[in-house]
Design a binder for this molecule. Sequence first.
Ligand SMILES: NC(=O)c1ccc[n+]([C@@H]2O[C@H](COP(=O)([O-])OP(=O)(O)OC[C@H]3O[C@@H](n4cnc5c(N)ncnc54)[C@H](O)[C@@H]3O)[C@@H](O)[C@H]2O)c1
Ligand SMILES: [Fe+2]
Length: 428
Amino acid sequence: MLGEHLRRIVWYFFNGLCRLGQASGAVARQSGQGKTRHKGHRVDVSEDRLVSLFNVGTVRFGPGCAVSCADDLAARGLANAFLVTTPPTRRLCDPLLGALAARGIAVTVWDSLAGEPTLDDFAAALAAARAVKADCVIGLGGGSAMDVAKLVAALFDGRQQIAEVIGVNLLKGRTLPLACIPTTAGTGSEVTPIAILGDEDEDLKKGTVSPFLVPDFAYLDAALTVSMPRAVTASTGIDALTHCIEAYANKFAHPVVDSFAIAGIRLIAAHVERACTDGTDLAARAAMLRASYYGGLCLGPVNTAAVHALAYPLGGEFHIAHGVANSILLPHVLRFNVSAAPTRYADIAGAMGITRSGNDLRDAEAGIEAIAELSERCGIPGGMSHFGISANAVPHMAAAAMSVTRLLANNPREVTEADARAIYEAAL
Ligand SMILES: NC(=O)c1ccc[n+]([C@@H]2O[C@H](COP(=O)([O-])OP(=O)(O)OC[C@H]3O[C@@H](n4cnc5c(N)ncnc54)[C@H](O)[C@@H]3O)[C@@H](O)[C@H]2O)c1
Ligand SMILES: [Fe+2]
């Protein structure tokens, strides 16, 4: 049963992301600058590969920028907004609600989202948006609220049903204008072509991937992230770090994404602990929000790899938060990968603050230890046994992870089922 669920996760989510990011199917040239070869594995960094970035129309950064959403919507002649949020982020909407009212824009706030969104949550939100005949949608919250907003905007007119669009490039368009306002610094959903919903009946997560899910407007205001609890700050921050690392040390890495990835790693290395220690440190919050945005920019075109692939059984079966699962596995997967791309991991180590010695492998290994220590200092549990996972679970988790084929295909080193078992055992 679990295996079947995970196979479906693969189909819906990972295969999709890979296909979107590498739609050309272009094979990197076997020669050229920037290529690192090691023991039959490689990271090809080639500008010759086609890569597609689907960008948000307007991205505004800075204190108070979220209220300018009202001006942007008014400039489009919009008059009836549907705002998706969660109970903990509801009060963060107040300044925007005031600005919308001042512009004569009616707004319906839908804050019935208790956790990560399910198909039922989405259906309820869509029905509520239709009931008020909304003409635009705003998502204000973490990835959960933004993902619901993205799908409500896309499927508002009923031309397509959610079941028809789960997967890759199945959306035929988006009905309503869409604005996203993140209150976590993690998913980067405000700029990704992705939305994830849980299917409660099947106990799995389903991804819809389409350029039509990229919002028209995104507003990154660090003040909105200040109220994030420490544990959410830590796990979402390490999730963003994982996005950047896995995009940089990726078999299909691309220079345009490398820039975002390295910038994101630098920012997170310097600021995530500060943001955890003092949630009111606005400079740290702003740096983390920008890093999460950079990570989001990596997700569409290049995507993640074995850390995310191996993390999904932890979430699917044991309901460990996505960022926590990534954090537990990250150093173990990187130790496994490092021999395949020492120069790329040495670059990552440099971005983590390790002084380069000229010995890439040694620097890379120092960087991996720095990453593990960072997660620990942020208070994220370091092993799967914290969550009641024993060695007995390892074989079927490894088998399940192996079905995440398209994502594993991005990994700089091939992962066999025996490798996956060894990684999980090390992470117990
Ligand atoms: N669309 C994408 O590109 C993408 C990428 C990765 C993950 N996801 C999905 O995003 C979801 C996770 O999103 P997330 O990690 O941002 O967490 P989240 O949105 O689920 O938020 C986590 C918790 O923190 C609360 N919260 C958020 N911001 C807060 C704030 N400023 N103050 C107080 N509380 C706050 C939320 O209400 C929630 O209870 C998952 O469903 C995941 O699958 C989407
Ligand atoms: Fe992630």
